[in-house]
Design a protein around this ligand. Structure first.
Ligand code: ATR
Length: 262
């Protein structure tokens, strides 16, 4: 039996054990997956103990993602660009850092679009941890354009530079005022957490098919409200909660009214 846990603090509402138990059942894996609520200043000793006890790997969530990355011996490119890890694999006596957050977001965005991101024009607002985690998987998906704008432009430029240094050019750093016709606009800023909306280029929603706010459990954020007013057909928050049903071939794309967040 392989042993896994999620490290975080607090972990009260974590759905990780349930989700991984389902994955294990679907894929026929013999594993246990528990919660490990380490003290905020005690992640590393708790992790070393879990490894010594024979753990196979773990997930890390807030507030441990940066530390999980920092103490790893090997890092995937996604984790390196993010500067954070949500998944650690214990292999050959070492710790390997992975970051799957961006792939989760990409999958959710493509599900809502009912289409791949390839060829789409994408605007990402923000250049904090959430944006860093998403940017490499998004570039890999082959969008027509991926533009990042941030209140503090130097942070977006630093992400572009890190990508270029890793041999992954392609991120365009705003100002995006002159750009429009975005198919997807993603709010990866923390503005929704304080009930604010990041500054938006004037015609940003003109041909937008999906507006996505990474904040979750915040209901209709000011950003999503602006998108709805502008007539964006699909708006969604970061928990994968739909406010409007994406068009589906079988229903002819009828949109439902809002339903409350989870
Ligand atoms: P996270 O890990 O949630 O991304 P973070 O690393 O602190 O958090 O980054 C927060 C992001 O939200 C940054 O891009 C920040 O912009 P700055 O780099 O200019 O600080 C952005 N942000 C936070 N509040 C904002 C607001 N009211 N308007 C616009 N951007 C905001």
């Amino acid at each position: 039996t392989d042993r896994y846990v999620v490290f975080g603090n607090p972990l009260g509402h974590s759905k990780s054990p349930l989700i991984h138990a389902r994955f294990a059942a679907e894929t026929g894996q013999d594993l246990t997956y528990g919660k490990a609520e380490a003290p905020v200043d005690g992640f590393e000793p708790a992790l070393r103990r879990f490894i010594a006890e024979g753990g196979s790997g773990c997930n890390a969530t807030a507030p441990f993602k940066l530390e999980a990355f920092a103490l790893a011996d090997k890092k995937t490119p996604e984790a390196a660009i993010a500067g954070a890890a949500n998944t650690l694999r214990f292999a050959d006596g070492g710790i390997e850092a992975h970051n799957t957050d961006g792939y989760g977001l990409l999958a959710d965005v493509e599900r809502l679009l009912c289409a791949p991101l390839a060829g789409k024009r994408v605007l990402m607002l923000g250049a904090g941890g959430a944006a860093r985690g998403a940017v490499l998987p998004f570039l890999d998906a082959g969008p027509d354009t991926l533009v990042m704008i941030n209140r503090t432009p130097a942070r977006a430029q630093a992400i572009r530079d890190a990508l270029e240094a890793a041999g992954r050019p392609g991120l365009v750093v705003g100002p995006a005022d002159t750009l429009d016709r975005f198919d997807v606009v993603i709010n990866a800023t923390a503005a929704s957490l304080t009930g604010d909306c990041p500054a938006l280029p004037p015609r940003v929603f003109d041909s937008c098919a999906l507006a996505y706010d990474l904040a979750y459990a915040k209901g209709l954020t000011p950003f999503l409200a602006r998108a709805r007013e502008a007539g964006v057909p699909v708006i969604a928050d970061g928990v994968g909660c739909l406010w409007d049903r994406p068009p589906s071939p079988s229903t002819g794309g009828a949109a439902s009214g809002p339903r409350p967040g989870t």
